[in-house]
Each structure stands twice: as structure tokens, then as C-alpha cells.
Design a protein around this ligand. Structure first.
Ligand code: NAP
Ligand code: GFB
Length: 323
């Protein structure tokens, strides 16, 4: 039985990682389409319908979203709310209308209740308000889970979702003010080393980490997430969301992350912490027990190696990177 898999958000960080895995695997009887906003503006129903009419997908991996780091979310909660509700409602409506056999959408561990017990698990998504910094994005994402249940209950559609922790890797968005912490620090550390005061000896340079460096994060390499996403599309037959995260023990502080980036760049200067900048959520420690039970042998890439590969990708692709 052949598949046509439409990957919305296919030109982004996660989409490009899935494309790389599929290009390596070359699965028979599967046509994979990786689309971006040039193919259709998914906030617009007609444009979305035209794309579904054109491609007639049998399966959808729905990644497309307005995405950003802490500082972008803090200042644009209304846009994150409205644009993501529009995109998600259009994609799920058209997936239903075109009888798509399965849709896997994407939530995030940052949408869980801010006041919660740890570790967070899949049953806790709606147990209280999210962190105020990204309530717009969080409620739009939670609505995906609600909408999935409604389509399944009323029509039997197999619409499900995954919940990644923070993701990083090649093809990330390195744009200042928009980006997540890893691409944000990569962009700024690269600038500090290569572009600012080029005559100044590196060991006299100081790199500023935003915030106190104390918050804790789990980071998954985009290559690993891509493999798990493809597994979910093929094997996970449940409407309930599933967390796709590294182990709780792999959680690191932002300060540790900064040290790892210093190693990745072989930066000889010093770090300082700018506590005038927001820290955001202190932690959002998620359990991957459900995933581990289904996939006990999955191996995550070593964090420092993944950071090194991402730093090298940025240096090698500086001209074309989104920054
Ligand atoms: P990204 O790199 O910012 O890519 C976003 C993708 O969505 C791009 O392909 C973009 O197309 C597309 N898109 C945005 N607005 C669109 C619109 N109006 N119409 C059509 N396409 C549109 O994002 P990402 O980091 O890969 O995130 C992918 C998914 O993972 C998202 O659902 C995000 O919420 C989720 N997630 C991300 C993280 C993380 O740390 N990055 C963590 C948890 C969950 P263009 O290239 O044309 O702009
Ligand atoms: O990835 P990030 O921006 O978002 O990480 P969240 C923010 C943390 O990293 C804060 C520190 O503690 C920042 O003070 N940080 C240090 C930096 N330097 C930088 C920098 O140069 N750039 C950035 N951005 N942060 C997001 C949610 O939360 O998680 C989104 O707001 C999304 O909705 C994403 O879901 C996965 O991890 O705090």
C-alpha cells in the first residue's frame, strides 16, 4: 500500500532533519513532500485546501507553526495564539476532508502547566495554566490535542501528536530576538569570536549568556527527533500524545549549555551572565517513560557531540543559515 506523506513545516529545523533521514532510508512505496509557506500559507483555508487538492496526501506530519524562543514568545503572545490556531484548524480540517489516514502533529514540553509536579508526563497537559511567557503558543498547541480527540470521537480520525522537549540542530532559526537558546547563543558566540573587535585577542573577549544560567532544559538533537517522528508515523496508533524527549538525567542548566558551546567553538574568552534578561521557565522536566517502554533500545546522540556538529554546521553554512 503506497503512502503520500505531506510534511507541513518541512523547510524548518525539524522538517529538514526528517528529510535527511528519509533521503538516507529511501523507503519504497512512499512519496514524501516537504512543504513550506511558499507552497501554501496555512493560515489561509483556501490556500491550504489547494495544497491538499494538489498533493492528495494519505498521511500528514504537521510541523508548520509560528515558532520562537522565550523572548519572541514574551512579546508576541497574541500572534502566536492566533496564527497557530488558524494553521492547526486548517490542516486538521483538510486532513479530515481529504480522508488522510493519519496525522501526527507537534506539541512542546513548554506547554505543560507551570505549577506542576515533576517529572511531567502526557496526562498532565491540561492540568493548569502554562508559564505566562508563552501562554499564546501553549494554548494554541493544547488545542491541537483537544481537536484531535474531537475528530477521533466524532469521525474516528487517527489524529495524534508528539511532545518534543527543546530541539536543536542544523537548519535551525538563528535569527536574533526570534531564536531559541541554542541557535541564539551560537549566532552571538560566532559574532563575538569572528566579527566583533577582530583585532582583540580572543582570551580578552567576554560572551554574555542571557539570564542567570540556572534554568534547566532537556535538549533533543533534531536528527534523533526525526527518527522518532518517523517511528510514530509508522507504529504509534493512539490519539493520546507521546513525549519525545531525552532522559530526565540528560537535563542540563543553561550555564552547562554555554560551556558546551564554548567547547564547540574552542572559545578562549570568558562567560558572563546577564541576569537583567529573563530566565523564563525554571524547568519543564518531562518523563520519556512512555517512549522508553515502546522503544527501549533507542539511542540519543551524545549532547556535546550534537552541539559540536551543530556549531560546525553553522560555521560551514554561515551564508545560507536563517539569521
Ligand atoms: P521552524 O524551524 O521555525 O520552521 C517552521 C516551519 O513552519 C517552516 O517550515 C515554515 O515555513 C512553516 N510555517 C510557518 N508559518 C507558516 C504558514 N503560515 N504557512 C505554511 N508554513 C508555515 O520550526 P521548528 O523548530 O522546525 O518547529 C517545528 C515544529 O516543532 C513546530 O510545530 C514547533 O512548535 C515544534 N517544536 C519545536 C521545538 C524547538 O525547540 N524548535 C520544540 C518543541 C516543539 P517557511 O520555511 O516557509 O517559513
Ligand atoms: O530556548 P529558549 O529561548 O526558550 O530558552 P524556553 C530560554 C532560556 O535560555 C532562558 C536563556 O533562560 C534565557 O535566559 N538564554 C541564554 C537565551 N542566552 C540566550 C539567547 O541568546 N537566546 C535565547 N532565546 N535564550 C521556549 C518557549 O521556552 O521553548 C517556546 O517559549 C518553545 O514556546 C520552546 O516551546 C521550545 O526553553 O525558555
Amino acid at each position: 500500500m503506497s503512502k503520500t506523506v505531506l510534511v507541513t513545516g518541512g523547510t524548518g529545523l525539524v522538517g529538514k532533519a526528517i528529510e535527511a533521514v528519509i533521503n538516507e532510508e529511501k523507503p519504497p512505496n512512499e512519496r514524501w513532500l516537504f512543504v513550506g509557506s511558499k507552497d501554501a500559507d496555512l493560515t489561509d483555508l483556501q490556500s491550504t485546501r489547494a495544497m491538499f487538492e494538489r498533493y492528495q496526501p494519505t498521511h500528514v506530519i504537521h510541523l508548520a507553526a509560528m515558532v520562537g524562543g522565550l523572548f519572541h514568545n514574551m512579546n508576541n503572545n497574541l500572534d502566536f495564539l492566533r496564527k497557530n490556531i488558524q494553521i492547526n484548524d486548517n490542516v486538521l480540517l483538510l486532513s479530515h476532508e481529504y480522508k488522510v489516514q493519519k496525522v501526527v502533529s507537534c506539541l512542546s514540553t513548554c506547554i505543560f502547566p507551570d505549577k506542576t509536579s515533576y517529572p511531567i508526563d502526557e496526562t498532565m497537559i491540561h492540568n493548569g495554566p502554562p508559564h505566562d511567557s508563552n501562554f499564546g503558543y501553549s494554548y494554541a498547541k493544547r488545542l491541537i490535542d483537544i481537536t484531535n480527540r474531537a475528530y477521533n470521537q466524532q469521525h474516528g480520525d487517527m489524529f495524534t501528536s508528539v511532545v518534543p522537549c527543546n530541539v536543536f540542530g542544523p537548519f535551525d532559526n538563528f535569527t536574533p530576538g526570534v531564536s531559541h537558546v541554542i541557535p541564539g547563543m551560537i549566532h552571538r558566540l560566532h559574532e563575538t569570536i569572528y566579527l566583533t573587535d577582530p583585532e582583540k585577542p580572543q582570551k580578552e573577549k567576554i560572551f554574555s549568556v542571557y539570564g542567570t544560567g540556572k534554568p534547566l532544559r532537556q535538549f533533543i538533537y533534531s536528527k534523533d527527533l526525526a527518527k522518532l517522528f518517523i517511528w510514530v508515523l509508522r507504529e504509534y496508533e493512539n490519539v493520546e500524545p507521546i513525549i519525545l524527549s531525552v532522559d530526565e538525567a540528560a537535563e542540563v542548566t543553561i550555564a552547562h549549555l554555554a560551556e558546551s558551546l564554548v567547547q564547540g567553538f574552542q572559545f578562549k574568552g570568558k562567560l558572563e551572565f546577564d541576569s537583567s534578561k529573563a530566565d523564563g521557565q525554571y524547568k519543564k522536566t518531562a518523563s520519556n517513560a512512555k517512549l522508553r517502554k515502546l522503544l527501549p533500545d533507542f539511542q540519543f546522540t551524545d549532547f556535546d557531540l550534537a552541539i559540536k556538529e551543530t556549531v560546525q554546521w553553522y560555521i560551514d553554512n554561515y551564508e545560507k543559515a536563517r539569521k
